[in-house]
Design a protein around this ligand. Structure first.
Ligand code: ADP
Length: 306
């Protein structure tokens, strides 16, 4: 039997604290909220869970705080079979949290406190070299310090390890640094910030990719929501679904793509598979909770790819 793809995610782990309320309180006012839900989140953690659900051997390189959320985050990874030996507890800092407030119109207000995610250092990455050096793909983003991501990209490149860089949340970057990655995968907003160009349709997305490639990025995949993805100048169509909640679709795409690329599929097939994996994640509420397992994915793929 072929061995499982090995994926390492160097990234963030947050706890999402979602409060549902009829309206937002005014300054100084206390009101009752309607409902509350606590969920595991953070782009890095979400991508790790997507990769794990797709059947990969996954290790997470991250920092959590030495609080109950840190413990719970590690337990959640363990329960899913994700290697937590490089998830470090950081004394005196909180775990990353995202208090989210949703009103009755579905409008949300989100605060992100980076907490321990902001303490992940290049040294933490080098200390995880045994897992990194045997990885098929290393996945990186921007919810950890930029310097750590850049140094990790450099380190992986020096050692011939393939990398996938998700430049999220959107920020302006030196394209030479971003170009250290084998694949750079922004969504439309991130692509706009990265390129300084509007990305409102496929044509503009193509121009944007061209500009990013001229700037030094070798392989660019722009995710286009319901329109699928653009790889270089090739459009890979999405799968028709009736979405219930698209939160986390981008993370589902990135985490699953890492596995599909490592499984030896052609780039176009791997992207098409990631489109389906991400589309399926929109069919139920939540982020990690909405990521399907390999069995469900395979049966949908058989049914829909023919
Ligand atoms: P993000 O979640 O980062 O904003 P996108 O909205 O681009 O990222 O979504 C990521 C991927 O999820 C898309 O490339 C596509 O494959 C899939 N996807 C998202 N929304 C839909 C949808 N409405 N229908 C089908 N696929 C979708």
């Amino acid at each position: 039997m072929k061995r499982m793809p090995r994926i390492v995610v160097i990234g963030s782990a947050n706890i999402d604290l979602t409060t549902f309320t009829d309206r937002f309180p005014r300054p100084g006012e206390t009101i009752f909220g309607r409902d509350f839900s606590l969920g595991f989140g953070g782009k890095g953690a979400n991508q790790a869970v997507a990769a794990r659900n797709c059947g990969a051997d996954v290790a997470m390189v991250a920092r959590v705080g030495d609080d109950m959320f840190g413990e719970a985050t590690i337990q959640n990874f363990k329960k899913l079979g994700i290697d937590t030996s490089r998830v470090l507890m950081t004394p005196g800092v909180s775990t990353g949290v995202a208090p989210i407030f949703v009103d009755s119109a579905g409008q949300n207000r989100i605060l992100v406190v980076k907490g321990a995610n902001d303490r992940l250092t290049p040294e933490d990455v080098y200390a995880a070299k045994d897992v990194i050096l045997r990885a098929d793909k290393v996945v990186l983003g921007l919810e950890i310090p930029l310097l750590t991501t850049i140094k990790a990209l450099q380190y992986a490149k020096e050692h011939g390890i393939g990398t996938i860089f998700n430049p999220a949340p959107a920020q302006i970057l030196d394209l030479k640094e971003a170009g250290l990655a084998d694949y750079v995968i922004p969504n439309e907003t991130e692509a706009e910030i990265l390129s300084g160009m509007p990305v409102r349709n496929l044509d503009e997305a193509r121009q944007c990719v061209r500009k990013l490639q001229e700037g030094g990025l070798s392989r660019v995949i722009v995710t286009l929501g319901a329109n699928g993805a653009l790889f270089g100048d090739q459009h890979i169509g999405s799968f028709a679904v009736e979405p219930v909640d698209t939160t986390g679709a981008g993370d589902a795409f990135i985490g699953s793509l890492a596995v599909f690329l490592s499984s030896g599929y052609s780039e176009l097939e791997a992207i098409s598979r990631a489109n389906l994996y991400a589309a399926l994640s929109t069919l139920s509420i939540g982020t990690q909770k909405s990521f399907v397992d390999a069995e469900r994915f395979n049966s949908e793929w058989r049914r829909r790819s023919g």
